[in-house]
Design a protein around this ligand. Sequence first.
Ligand SMILES: Nc1ncnc2c1ncn2[C@@H]1O[C@H](COP(=O)(O)OP(=O)(O)OP(=O)(O)O)[C@@H](O)[C@H]1O
Ligand SMILES: Nc1nc2c(ncn2[C@@H]2O[C@H](COP(=O)(O)O)[C@@H](O)[C@H]2O)c(=O)[nH]1
Length: 208
Amino acid sequence: MEETVHLRNLHQPQPLLVVISGPSGAGKDAVVKALKQTNYSFHFVVTTTDREPRPGEVHGVDYYFVSTQEFERMIAADELLEYSTVYNQFKGIHKSQVRDALASGKDVIMRLDVQGAEKVRKMCPDAVLIFLAPESEEAWLLRLHTRNTETDEAFQVRFETAKKELEDAKKFDYVVINAHNQLDDAAQTILSIIEAEHHRTTPRRIQL
Ligand SMILES: Nc1ncnc2c1ncn2[C@@H]1O[C@H](COP(=O)(O)OP(=O)(O)OP(=O)(O)O)[C@@H](O)[C@H]1O
Ligand SMILES: Nc1nc2c(ncn2[C@@H]2O[C@H](COP(=O)(O)O)[C@@H](O)[C@H]2O)c(=O)[nH]1
C-alpha cells in the first residue's frame, strides 16, 4: 500500500498581524497609503484618538476621532487592544476591529509608535514587527519640516523622541529604510517580507 503524501498541508498561510512602526516622519502613513494602492488585500487598522483632525483627515479612514471622555470610557470598558499616550494625546486600537479582520482571513496592518509596537509584541509575540526608518537625519528633518504639521515645540519633542526610538530598532523583526523619494521601494520591501512570512514552515499564529 502506498503512503499518502499530504502535499495540501505543506502550505497553509495564516493571516498575519503586521506592525509598521518607527520614528515620527519615517513615513509610516505614507507607506501604508502606498500599500493600499497595490493589489495586496489587507485590513488597515484605523486607530481611535482624542486628537483633533488635521485638514484633510477623514473620520473612519485616517482615525476615529472621539472625545477624551469617550476614549476614557473605552479604556475603562477594556475595549482597547493597545493604547498609549502619544505626544499628549490618546491613541488606541479597538480589539473587535482586529479580531474581526483576522477572522475574515485577511492580514492586518497597524501603524504604531515605538512604545505601542513594544506593547503589541508583549501581548502578541507572533506579530511581525517592522521598523521603518529614513536613510539620513537630513532627509528626515526635511520631511518633517515639509509636512509642516507641528509647531516648533512639538517638532522638537518628536525629534528628541525619535533619537531614543532609533535605539529600539533592534527589538524589531525587520528594518526597512524609506529612502527619500523611494517610497514605492519601501512598500515593495514590506510586501516581500509579508510574502516570505506567508511561506514559513511554521506559520505565526495570532491569538488575541
Ligand atoms: N520616501 C519618501 N520620500 C519623500 N517624502 C516622503 C517619503 N516618505 C514619506 N514622505 C513624506 O514625509 C512626511 C512624513 O511622512 P508620514 O506622515 O507618512 O510619516 P509618519 O511616520 O507617519 O509620521 P508620524 O509618526 O508623525 O505620523 C510626509 O509629508 C510624507 O509625504
Ligand atoms: N501606540 C500607538 N501609536 C499610534 C497609534 N496610531 C497612530 N500612532 C502613532 O502616533 C503618532 C502620532 O500620530 P499623529 O497622526 O498624531 O501624528 C505616530 O507615530 C503614529 O504612528 C496607535 O493606535 N497606537
